[in-house]
Design a protein around this ligand. Structure first.
Ligand SMILES: Nc1ncnc2c1ncn2[C@@H]1O[C@H](COP(=O)(O)OP(=O)(O)OP(=O)(O)O)[C@@H](O)[C@H]1O
Ligand SMILES: [Mg+2]
Length: 253
């Protein structure tokens, strides 16, 4: 069966003054596929992500979603196209609960007169939805009413991921998802990413410096050097040494 192409990028470039942060990037992402973008510091990984997710305006190039040209000028445009980006801790308000963070800016208003007149929020509904969602994602919060600053880094990240999934993200992008996490939390995040593909049918792009995690998670690896793609390999057709050589441009014996 032909797999569906979810995302296609053609000739994507982003210059900062004279610096070509990324230059003429072509890339594809298929249904239920996990792709890694790897490269040394400054290679352009985050710039690709930020350009796709509307944080940066592209200098040149085109982005297609399900084969249709997408017009992405800011982060909410990207969300409209089902592109959700997850940076660790990003976008959570520490003093709010998981439920309040999940519904931040999209609060459920009560359907009764209090809601109609005074915009009273339906806190019970939002809490129930949050519990259901976290349950689906296998996350167990000791206290659902606690502010998210009480959560571990891994749990906070799950709330961010949960929000992306809940609001209909089809393409999830993770920039260094296991950075600064303990070993146990790392394991949970890796398992969560696999679950998102298997059970939620999402397509995923992962940026990581951790080659072991990449080899565990992904189907395909795209290597960047100085803003250009220098190689692309199916995981099953390559190995750590080859990828490291491609990243550094130095052949490892
Ligand atoms: N906002 C910006 N203004 C100017 N230059 C930038 C900006 N963002 C990135 N760059 C430059 O673009 C290049 C690519 O940076 P980018 O952050 O995409 O690299 P990266 O691969 O994500 O690196 P790292 O692994 O360190 O996160 C670098 O030379 C960087 O200095
Ligand atoms: Mg980066």
């Amino acid at each position: 069966m032909e797999r569906k192409k979810i995302l296609e990028i053609k000739g994507l470039s982003k210059y900062f003054g004279g610096i070509k942060a990324i230059d003429n990037i072509d890339m594809e992402l298929y249904e239920k596929e996990i792709v890694a973008i790897v490269g040394d510091n400054g290679a352009g990984k985050s710039t690709i992500i930020k350009t796709i997710s509307g944080v940066y305006q592209k200098t040149a190039g085109e982005i297609f979603i399900y084969g249709n040209k997408a017009n992405i000028n800011n982060p909410s445009d990207a969300k409209e196209y089902g592109i959700e980006t997850v940076y660790q801790d990003q976008g959570l308000i520490p003093i709010l609960t998981a439920a309040s963070n999940l519904f931040l800016g999209r609060e459920k208003i009560r359907s009764n007169i209090l809601g109609k007149l005074f915009k009273f929020t339906d806190d019970r509904y939002m809490k129930n939805e949050t519990e259901k969602l976290l349950d689906q994602l296998d996350v167990n919060l000791k206290d659902i009413n606690a502010p998210v600053y009480n959560l571990s880094g891994g749990q906070r990240q799950t709330v961010v991921v949960g929000r992306a999934v809940y609001w209909g993200g089809k393409i999830l992008i993770f920039d260094e998802p296991t950075n600064n996490l303990g070993v146990k939390q790392e394991r949970r995040v890796l398992d969560l990413i696999k679950k998102l593909r298997e059970e939620f049918n999402l397509s995923i792009i992962v940026i990581s410096h951790n080659i072991a995690h990449i080899f565990e998670l992904v189907d395909r690896i795209i290597v960047l050097r100085n803003g250009k793609i220098v190689g692309e390999k199916l995981k099953n057709e390559t190995n750590t040494n080859e990828i490291v050589s491609m990243i550094t441009g130095v052949v490892v014996a």
